[in-house]
Ligand binder design. Structure first.
Ligand code: F6R
Length: 250
């Protein structure tokens, strides 16, 4: 099956962030009540900073926007400094006019995580589905916390993090010691993401070149969960030169 993934080559991480923020801002202007799916991690930080600038300098309002986040560490409360809820509050929500009741993050302390996962899927459906889901990609090809081995039809659930993901998240950017990284997370599934009307995956840095090449050029396979985005009707990868690797020469 030929891939339908569109590739958008940008010079560097700053240009990737600008392009992603412009695309999201355009979606909000076109539909002020747009439903956005959001990611955490280093990659979208520049995009969120640029959205804050657009909000403050250009008056873009997020007051009617609904958001869903991809994942949350199991065992962390929403006000833990390393929770993804806190990440979103400090990097974006505290600086724009989203309404707290419209921003949905999985609850890492849910008494019944499976029920929490089901409720998340139900909530997305009741909001009419996600219009645009912003993603990063792990160096092992994961999207959200769908680690290698995840099937294309998986939905929101509890997952155990791989040692590679634990190492990546304890390199000093978020955690400094692998021992401190939670071992499990709640994550939106691949099918949950694939249901979005449009998908924007961002990748920057040479350590993302291999998963990006596998996602775009490899056969869709659980070994590289991002490869399951092939075939989506509206999926764009915005890549800096390092993450694009040889793809930009083709
Ligand atoms: C984050 C997420 C992850 C990250 C991925 C890349 O919510 O779901 O899939 O997008 O691990 O992380 P960074 O951007 O830190 O390289």
């Amino acid at each position: 099956m030929p891939t339908t993934i569109k590739l958008d080559f940008q010079r560097d991480a700053i240009a990737v962030a600008r392009k992603a923020a412009d695309t999201i801002a355009g979606a909000v202007r076109a539909n002020p009540a747009v439903v956005l799916g959001l990611a955490t991690g280093s990659t979208p930080e520049g995009t969120y900073a640029e959205l804050i600038r657009i909000h403050k300098e250009e008056g873009l309002s997020f007051v009617a926007v609904t958001t869903f986040n991809l994942d949350e560490y199991l065992g962390l409360s929403g006000d833990h400094s390393q929770s993804y809820r806190q990440f979103m509050q400090t990097r974006l929500f505290n600086h724009i006019d989203t309404r707290p009741w419209n921003t949905h993050c999985l609850n890492g302390l849910a008494a019944d995580p499976e029920l929490e996962a089901e409720a998340f899927e139900t909530k997305i459906r009741s909001c009419g589905g996600v219009d645009l889901w912003l993603l990063g990609v792990g160096s092992n090809g994961h999207i959200a916390f769908n680690e290698p081995g995840s099937p294309p039809d998986c939905r929101t659930r509890v997952i155990s993090l791989t040692s590679e993901t634990i190492a990546a998240n304890s390199d000093g950017r978020f955690y400094s010691d692998p021992k401190d990284v939670p071992r499990q997370a709640l994550t939106a599934g691949i099918a949950t993401i694939y249901d979005a009307r449009s998908i924007l995956l961002l990748a920057t840095g040479a350590h993302k070149a291999a998963p990006i090449a596998a996602a775009v050029e490899g056969s869709p396979s659980p070994e590289c969960p991002a490869s399951f985005l092939q075939g989506h009707a509206d999926c764009t990868f915005i890549l800096d030169a390092d993450a694009a690797g040889d793809l930009s020469a083709n």
